[in-house]
Design a protein around this ligand. Structure first.
Ligand code: FAD
Length: 468
């Protein structure tokens, strides 16, 4: 059996692929550039607990990840908690959970509210719409059927909350899929529940890492891969960045001390596409697919406060004079007791990584956001904030173009034995930890199948693909 598998990236896709292949007896080497595992769902310490750097929860449809929790013996940690979603519009917080909440949203004329409700219901009940709904943008469809005002006052702020300046370009497919999933996460018409693991997402990250090590897998953090060594169209191994930790990881992953690089039989890359394409030279057709998606960056400021800002967990901001798109008050989801009685709130922005807010330092961002926080709660005072953290992620949210089903990069790259498994391949669903777990499972199955089919089969496949 081709035994040695390298995995680039220790987020949920990489960790799951490592775990699944380890179960089948492969020798796993996982390399993570950051000091800790978890990728976009990684956590940091706060008040004796752990908290995700970016707010995280699950929907009831996220069965791949909750199934994995059960398999790892930590299923009882999954909690389902009622969500409280709101909308800041015209200086007022509006509830935004039930159909009745939408009917009460008086900034929209009554007829538009009815259209807004009916179009949402219509989307939720459609099936098999991938082909039709990937051809048009949600903005165009909503303006036509829900009305221009409904787009401007309700939908546009919601889309900006997730896609920033790309809001107008998002395919209707995204909204359709999300509407169906959200319907599935409801317990009755007036009640939505969201999932969260007791002890934070770190619990699952640790359980996966422990299981991989128990299987004999090796995990290296602070280990940045610099290059996939490709010879004659076939991936042969990895070279590492020049810093001390990465070099040390490369040295200990070598088969023989005389090897020039760390040799592997197969390599799985879970890094974002703009990183992956720097690690190896891909043919133009594959590169074009890798570049079809635009990544939005996320900037997060996390405030530890003496007092609560509002009763809402997820507050969409529809006021464009406010320089962020949502606040997520974690302690309106979990009890403040988890964080030693403190109130914890994310201030969230999705931005192009070139934008000024993405470039700001922690203190600059705090200063820029402070005046706007008073618009959420006029009593807010900066001395409520006891401590704050700043995180940013360049590959936070892929924005798929129209007709993306024809542009998704294949898991098997044109370089034999090199696989790509990242958030740009999650479609038509929106990216999320559940789908990264599913992706890790898919890639592990594919690698195992390819190993059992042997070299001749792979050679034929590669020749066929090159001829196309
Ligand atoms: C603000 C925010 C909120 C979110 N909210 C939710 C939510 O509520 N629910 C939910 O389920 N999901 C949520 N997500 C999405 C979820 O976090 C991601 O979809 C998921 O974690 C992606 O996992 P991944 O393994 O596919 O990719 P990543 O987590 O991006 O993992 C890739 C890893 O590769 C590493 N890497 C890159 N280059 C190299 C290199 N050269 N060498 C070695 N390592 C490298 C990176 O450091 C990273 O750890 C959110 C994301 C963000 C940013």
């Amino acid at each position: 059996m081709d035994n040695r598998i390298a995995i680039i990236g220790g987020g949920f896709a990489g960790l799951t692929a490592a775990y699944e292949l380890g179960k089948k007896g492969y020798q796993i080497f996982l390399f993570e550039r950051a000091p800790e595992l978890g990728g976009l769902a990684g956590t940091f310490p706060i008040e004796g607990a752990r908290l995700e750097r970016g707010y995280h929860h699950w929907f009831t449809s996220d069965t791949h990840i909750t199934g994995l929790m059960s398999e790892l013996g930590i299923g009882e940690r999954v909690m389902w908690i009622p969500s409280k979603v709101g909308f800041l519009y015209g200086g007022k917080i509006w509830n935004w959970v039930t159909p009745m909440d939408i009917m009460k949203f008086s900034p929209l004329p009554l007829l538009d509210r009815v259209r807004l409700g009916l179009t949402t219901f219509y989307l939720q009940t459609r099936t098999n719409k991938i082909a039709a709904y990937e051809k048009i943008t949600a903005a165009a469809w909503l303006k036509k059927y829900a009305g221009a005002q409904a787009w401007e006052k309700a939908w546009q702020p919601l889309f900006s909350g997730k896609f920033g300046a790309e809001a107008e370009r998002v395919p209707l497919l995204f909204l359709w899929y999300k509407a169906r999933l959200r319907l599935g996460s409801r317990k009755g018409i007036n009640h939505e529940v969201l999932g969260y693991p007791r002890g934070s997402f770190q619990v699952l990250i640790n359980a996966l890492a422990n299981a991989i090590r128990k299987q004999g897998g090796k995990i290296f953090c602070n280990a940045a891969v610099k290059r996939v060594v490709v010879d004659n169209g076939i991936a042969r191994g990895l070279e590492f960045a020049d810093d001390e930790n990465s070099r040390a990881a490369g040295t200990s992953a070598r088969r023989a001390s005389t090897d020039e690089y760390a040799r592997f039989d197969r390599v799985i890359c879970t890094a974002p596409s703009f990183v992956a394409q720097k690690l190896a030279e891909f043919p133009d057709a594959y590169l074009k697919k890798m570049n079809a998606v635009k990544y939005m960056g996320a900037v997060l400021l996390i405030l530890k406060m003496k007092q609560s800002m509002s009763p809402i967990y997820w507050l969409n901001i529809a006021d464009r004079t406010i320089p962020f798109v949502a606040t997520i008050e974690q302690t309106n989801f979990l009890s403040p007791d988890v964080y030693n009685g403190k109130r914890v709130m994310y201030v969230s922005n999705y931005l192009d990584p070139a934008s000024p807010y993405f470039q700001m330092s922690r203190d600059e961002l705090f200063a820029a956001y402070l005046p706007a926080l008073k618009k959420i709660n006029p009593n807010f005072s900066p001395d409520w904030v006891e401590e704050f953290w700043h995180f940013k992620e360049a590959a936070a949210q892929p924005v798929m173009p129209l007709n993306y089903s024809k542009l998704i990069p294949a898991y098997r790259t044109p370089l034999r034995n090199l696989y790509l498994a990242n958030t740009t391949q999650i479609y038509p669903e929106d990216r999320g930890t559940n789908y990264s777990v599913r992706l890790g499972q898919i890639i592990a199955r594919l690698v195992d199948e390819d190993v059992s089919r042997g070299d001749e089969w792979a050679e034929n496949l590669q020749m066929k693909e090159r001829a196309q």
